[in-house]
Design a protein around this ligand. Sequence first.
Ligand code: 13P
Ligand code: SF4
Length: 330
Amino acid sequence: MPASTLANPALGFVDAPVDSGLDLYAEIERLKSAKNAILLAHYYQESAIQDLADFVGDSLGLAREAANTDAEIIVFAGVHFMAETAKILNPEKTVLLPDLNAGCSLADTCPPDKFEAFCEQHPDHTVITYVNSSAAVKALSDIICTSSSAAHIIEQLPEDEPILFAPDRNLGAYLIRETGRDMVLWDGVCIVHETFSERKLLRRSAEHPDAEILAHPECRDAVLQHADFVGSTSQIRRYARDNGPATFIVATEEGILHQMEKDNPGNTLIPAPPESGCNCSQCPHMRLNTIEKLYLCLEHEAPEITMEESVRQQALVPIQRMMEMSAGIK
Ligand code: 13P
Ligand code: SF4
């Protein structure tokens, strides 16, 4: 049976029974080497998936890894826009995502037709788009950026160049403060980072007066203004590794704590509390990928990321600009 028929398009993942006696970890390792596949994972994946990955990183690190790999198959344990970016960079490779439903609430705030109309209202603006966006939105953009590279990219543009930034209004507002540039912003947010509560953060901080607050720039300004360090997931990880042993309150998706704990077991890591009663700050999209879906995806080589070649070519241009303009960024 061709692999593609196994991925019921309506489901978005391979729905087949998994033998409960199977050692999925050993099977995934076996399939990776038998198929010359690389497993790239984002920090927001469950710990077991991170432990199986050949590379765990932030959006920029993952895009770089995808661009440089010799593997024939890229299995992306992350969300759709990340796997799509890998496919844009590697049209000849098979790029798999364990569950195609693993989208991104932020990318969803920016439909391509409405974004095109927004860009047309600001025709003289350079369009800088956060990587958390669809291929169709990237295709309408001049430069793509990640949270790790955005400020560095903006600072390379002439000071009088008008900029439109999309889709994250919190990251956009942070970049305006950081770079001093007045940018037109698209009004999108991430459901995970938007929910961190300033009130509860301050209470947690009062309970741990020596703790440093580390935050992702997708958080609201009310949270970021209390942060000792603001950065991408990899940058937050590195900051804690290089500045420990110490206590850190971490305002981003809690999956990142897994690598941070391994890096420096002497650190005390406290997840920042969201506003809601539940104390979990997990991305519901990222967490759609499971070990079982990962195994089935590798076994059946499905579901696969595909896109129109014309969109891919248009989206590649601003992604390549990002790669060039991010050189030197860690
Ligand atoms: P990073 O590039 O910092 O890993 O961010 C990705 C993301 O989706 C944050 O919500
Ligand atoms: Fe998107 Fe937010 Fe999930 Fe990141 S954490 S993938 S921005 S929904």
